[in-house]
Ligand binder design. Structure first.
Ligand code: ADP
Ligand code: ZN
Length: 651
């Protein structure tokens, strides 16, 4: 099997005097190219031997273990992608598979008992169950469900310790690289060495060294992004999926897959335990726990003296704010007081830049991306407008492109930069910092901010969802959410669930030390079920309502969904093709086809996009049906079809 988006493996003759094992990496001629492929199994025959090409050489590296091969095939099948495409995603250029002469990597030794914390009775109970799962050495999935600050990390570290004692490899998965730095230090303090990392930010040399160490089984403890699931572990004994509810686990490009779901599949295929950890588990996982498919371990209280913060709503409609102000009087008073008392505050707004929309006051023209159905976001610090869907960026024009009026632009709505401006104007002297993905591009920038926060050199941290998780600031006692309604609009069936999870995570940053925490949510919809659940702190009641709605509307986790998107530069052709496709979906009684319709972002990077959605009961193997059907479908060459099983993106 070569790393190219082709369906099948090809037959080759073995090199002179060698018999490459299953899983071996081999260099083969492929067309006019040479490629590094993987031996998937015996030849199929069917091609006369005289016509077969010969393997050029076998690479002197460990073969991919059978479990990892089966997993690759399973993922390919489930996501309706060719196995070659999965290989391409894993080692497209294969540069890191072969060691270089001077390579040497001192693999850290992990000590299961390097620093063992004194666990609370609740934590001890939870840790025992997880350790038992590791000792059992067979497949199990367990939801570790504990409020923010309850010590989930400490508890799953006990399971990792148990896995290390068995001499097996343990993998901890994170949804985003930005979170690794803080956790690495914690793991190092717990196990006496830093875990071996695997994610897209590694340099070439590091990637090579880490791959070798993992493939040889020397690296015992791995911290990685979703791609780490596919590594050729010779002896994986445990997978932990931290923040399992995070949508960032979904890979939306190329092979479209959900890291959490694939982790469960990998555990199943490998016959090992997987732990899904979250303070706000996804409905999918909760439902699996309720049905008894997953174990359910609960940590109901924060560790130590810390209490859950008090959550209040501020009805924005009651206050008349100036056009450039977004902080209501109650939030402002609380901010002032918090700083006066020498404590820290966080202001949350899930929007980068200065303003999400710029329009001409004279003619109403809105500055839009020429390539996407999207407004341009102003970034005032850089003096530029950016499209957050493609890389398009321009300087803020001097004249309105529609009516030529000068100095006529008005910024509409806030982004985090604008909130920072308001803080500076209204709270002179307050030390603030902005935390968003675009302000953290330099490596180490996140860590620097975290250090400053910990050293209390920052009074107010203003940021996007990037600061929602993982961080622990004991003096942070106030969290203000500028626009709690932001995620609720739009056609995403998970909008309420996700807004609730995000608000809970943000709220969870408050009051993690000795001082009581407070959370203020600015909203225009105080009666919305999400807001009500937030003040009552009643997650389970909210989840019950959500589950009932999902069931009533035939949505996940009760039904399966698949989304098919046709894209291309010719709008009429895209629309026609999507319709033809929809008409040819196999008519199974229980399945429904929704659409086709233009996607919410009808054009991205100059390509028009039409989508259709297939709903099927859970007992239907949608992947198999789609695969069989799609092999019969011929699409014009200039169009692309992308298949998304279990879609999370409805834009
Ligand atoms: P969660 O992952 O559930 O949000 P953490 O594991 O980050 O919680 O724990 C929250 C804080 O409490 C961390 O600073 C952690 O070090 C501390 N903590 C939790 N359990 C213990 C324990 N048993 N002993 C000492 N500190 C603990
Ligand atoms: Zn764009």
């Amino acid at each position: 099997m070569v790393p190219a988006p082709l369906g099948e493996a090809y037959d080759y003759l073995p090199p002179e005097g060698e018999e490459p094992a299953q899983g071996a990496f081999v260099e083969v001629p492929f067309g006019r190219l040479k490629m590094i492929g993987v031996v998937f199994g015996e030849g199929k025959g069917g091609v006369p031997e005289a016509k077969l090409k010969k393997v050029i050489r076998c690479l002197p590296v460990p073969p991919v273990p059978e479990v990892a091969l089966s997993f690759i095939e399973w993922v390919a099948h489930y996501t309706v992608t060719p196995a070659g495409a999965v290989l391409k995603m894993l080692f497209g250029n294969a540069k890191f598979i072969e060691p270089k002469k001077k390579d040497s990597f001192d693999c850290p030794a992990f000590l299961p008992d390097f620093h063992q914390p004194q666990l609370s009775p609740d934590q001890t109970k939870a840790a025992e169950i997880l350790k038992q799962a590791v000792r059992a050495q067979k497949y199990s999935a367990t939801l570790l469900d504990g409020v923010t600050g309850s010590g989930k990390t400490e508890v799953f570290c006990e399971a990792i310790a148990e896995c290390l004692r068995q001499g097996k490899q343990a993998l901890v998965m994170l949804p985003e690289i930005a979170m690794t730095a803080a956790l690495i230090d914690r793991f190092a303090a717990r196990f006496g060495a830093r875990p071996v990392e695997w994610h897209s930010a590694l340099g070439d040399r590091q990637r090579r060294l880490h791959w070798q160490a993992i493939a040889r089984g020397e690296a015992q403890f791995i911290l990685g992004a979703r791609s780490a699931l596919f590594l050729p572990y010779p002896d994986l004994g445990l997978i932990v999926v931290d923040e399992e509810h995070e949508a960032a686990y979904k890979q939306e490009e190329g092979v479209i897959y959900h890291g959490r779901d694939m982790a469960v599949a990998r555990a199943h295929i490998g016959g090992i335990p997987v732990i899904l950890s979250s303070a706000t588990p996804s409905l999918e996982t909760l439902q699996n726990a309720r049905q008894g498919k997953y174990g359910h371990v609960v940590l109901p209280k924060r560790f130590g003296v810390a209490q859950m913060p008090n959550v209040d709503l501020v009805d924005i409609r009651k206050y008349k704010l100036a056009a450039h102000e977004f902080i209501t009087p109650p939030l402002f008073e609380n901010l002032k007081q918090t700083i006066a008392e020498g404590r820290q505050a966080m202001l949350f707004l899930n929007r980068r830049g200065y303003a999400p929309l710029t329009l001409c006051r004279k003619c109403g023209h809105r500055l839009q991306c020429p390539r996407c159905t999207a407004w341009l976001t102003e970034h005032r610090q850089s003096g530029r407008l950016h499209c957050h869907h493609c890389d398009y960026t321009i300087r803020l024009p001097e004249k309105c492109p529609a009516c030529q009026a000068e100095a006529s632009f008005a910024a509409c709505g806030p982004g985090v930069e604008r909130i920072a401006e308001e803080v500076e104007a209204r709270l002179p002297g307050a030390r603030y910092a902005v935390m968003a993905s675009d302000t953290l591009e330099k490596p180490g920038a996140a860590q620097e901010l975290v250090n400053k926060m910990s050293a209390k050199e920052i009074d107010i941290l203003i940021g996007t969802q990037i600061m929602a998780k993982g961080y622990h600031f004991p003096s942070l006692t106030l969290v203000g959410v500028i626009d709690a309604d932001l995620g609720l609009a739009g056609g995403d069936p998970r909008a309420c669930e996700r807004t609730f999870q995000l608000l809970q995570q943000i709220a969870g940053r408050s009051g993690r030390g000795e001082d009581a925490g407070k959370v203020l949510l600015q909203t225009t919809a105080p009666d919305h079920p999400v807001m009500k659940a937030m003040i009552k702190g009643d997650r389970d009641a909210f989840m019950e309502i959500e589950l009932a709605e999902r069931e009533a509307y035939c949505l996940p986790p009760f039904w399966r969904l698949a989304s098919l998107t046709v894209s291309g530069v010719d709008q009429a052709q895209v629309s026609r093709t999507a319709q033809t496709l929809a008409d040819s979906v196999p008519r199974l009684e229980e399945c429904r086809v929704l659409g086709p319709a233009p996607a919410a972002f009808a054009k991205i990077r100059g390509k028009y996009r039409h989508r259709l959605m297939i709903q099927a009961p859970r007992n239907i193997n949608l992947s198999s049906i789609l695969k069989r059907w799609l092999t019969t479908v011929k699409l014009p060459r200039n169009l692309r079809l992308s298949v998304d099983i279990d879609p999370y993106n409805f834009m």
